[in-house]
Design a protein around this ligand. Structure first.
Ligand SMILES: CSC[C@H]1O[C@@H](n2cnc3c(O)ncnc32)[C@H](O)[C@@H]1O
Ligand SMILES: [Zn+2]
Length: 428
């Protein structure tokens, strides 16, 4: 058995206490073997650091790194229709590969070990995630609006075929989902036809829902019911399904999510930047809805740093609830780790014997992390992605001493800049 000892650090335990301990990883099974006062041959130095579960970005569009800073300061609908979708129409498979490489490097450098990606050219994303050594739930984002019936059905079939073909890839590190884009960009008839096939294929369904009032109001006007009642009628909201955003939810919809065991991935930075609104995160937590955290794409954030997202979630959660005690530091750390991992169906997000060996080591030796009254508070309110020293997934060291081991960072940045410029030129 090949083992790795993460030694000499403090460890964030599942009950949010912090103890001085070593963490022993089995690199063959990819699991945590033990946590305590341990010894081992191959060591990863965590001295002066805090070992935390790898962060889990439960909703993003990774290759949108190529569009970072391309279009800002607009609401969702105008942003998508006027700027983003015209450029995305020009994307090539190679653009998505390079944009994904760039995004995964950014994630590894900020302590993220697992992610959810909904985008285009997903076989290239599978290959890139596999090379990165990360864990992911992936899906082709299907849109039927503006397409004739044949093209719309082909779009949905492509989404299902991808989910079927790649589930379990990369030795099980890659799982898939059926990912219709949203309740307004995919027609009801296509949900009716294809969601039962996703159930047969035993893959969950992930979509954007209740993100803006511009999206909610037409559903209420047309169908005389709330969007999630409409979604349930279409066969959505089963246990294991998960929605991105859930900003504009009423009490009955929150109850429905709790009853069904459907998760919500909160994306606070995107919701603020696009002025979409404030999700009722404390109400969701109080109701027992599974809640995770995601950055959304880098064009509406504008980074993939989950530390930023944790801080934003805490700040916005308090504002939304008009209560400074709402969405506290422990809840936020839980959302970014175990909460997101459970939504994606991974046994990660906790430093405990038997769990996946996915972790990050945070350097505590920094002025903005001094003094150290409460390290959970620091993770939510004070730490930055750049404080991450090492990132480990499935027992493999993917970033060591801030050096990403799995890609040539400089070469990827160069290629991504070139590809982004050429892409934008093609679209203009
Ligand atoms: C069909 S692949 C995913 C699709 O979603 C777009 N997108 C990016 N951010 C958002 C958001 O906040 N709400 C809805 N859709 C979003 C992305 O540009 C792709 O076209
Ligand atoms: Zn999104």
């Amino acid at each position: 058995m090949s083992e790795l000892l993460v030694s000499g650090g403090q460890v964030l335990l599942p009950d949010h206490s912090v103890e001085r301990a070593d963490v022993l990883l089995d690199q063959d099974s990819g699991e945590i073997v033990d946590v305590g006062d341990l010894s081992g041959d191959d060591e990863l130095d965590a001295s002066g650091g805090l070992v935390i579960p790898g962060l889990v970005n439960a909703h993003t569009h990774v290759a949108m790194t190529l569009l970072r800073g391309y279009a800002d300061d607009k609401p969702l609908d105008a942003w998508l229709q006027e700027d983003i979708w015209p450029v995305e129409a020009e994307l090539t498979a190679e653009d998505v590969r390079v944009g994904t490489e760039l995004g995964l490097i950014e994630m590894l450098k900020s302590g993220t070990t697992a992610l959810n990606d909904m985008y285009f050219f997903m076989p290239e994303v599978v290959e890139t995630v596999e090379s990165a050594g990360m864990r992911a739930r992936l899906g082709y984002g299907a849109i039927t609006v503006g397409k004739d019936d044949d093209a719309a059905r082909e779009e949905m079939r492509d989404g299902l075929a991808f989910a079927r073909e790649y589930d379990g890839a990369a030795d099980g590190r890659i799982r898939t989902a059926f990912m219709p884009h949203s309740l307004t960009t995919v027609g009801a008839e296509y949900y009716r036809e294809f969601v039962p096939q996703a159930r047969e294929a035993d893959v969950p369904v992930h979509l954007h829902a209740n993100e803006t009032t511009d999206e909610v109001d037409p559903i209420v006007d047309e169908h005389g019911e709330r969007p999630l009642e409409y979604a349930a009628r279409l066969g959505l909201l089963e246990p294991g399904d998960y929605l991105a955003h859930g900003v504009h939810l009423d009490g009955s919809e929150i109850e429905l999510l709790a009853d069904r065991g459907t998760g919500v991935v909160h994306c606070p930075a995107s919701n603020m930047k696009l002025a979409s609104g404030m999700a009722p995160v404390q109400d969701l937590l109080d109701a027992g809805v599974p809640v995770g955290l995601g950055t959304d794409g880098a064009a509406s954030n504008n980074d993939l740093d989950m530390f930023d997202e944790m801080r934003d979630a805490a700040m916005l959660g308090k504002l939304a609830a008009d209560d400074a005690s709402a969405v506290d530091a422990e809840s936020v750390v839980e959302m970014a780790t175990r909460g997101s991992a459970e939504i994606l169906g991974f046994d990660s997000g906790r430093i405990e014997r038997g769990a996946n060996a996915d972790l990050a080591v945070i350097d505590l030796d920094a002025p903005h992390l001094t003094p150290a009254h409460d390290l959970v508070s620091h993770l939510t309110y004070a730490a930055r992605g750049s404080d991450v020293r090492h990132t480990v997934c499935d027992g493999q060291v993917l970033m060591r001493d801030r050096d990403v081991q799995v890609f040539d960072e400089r070469a990827v940045r160069e290629r991504a800049s070139e590809r982004a410029s050429a892409l934008v030129e093609r679209a203009e």
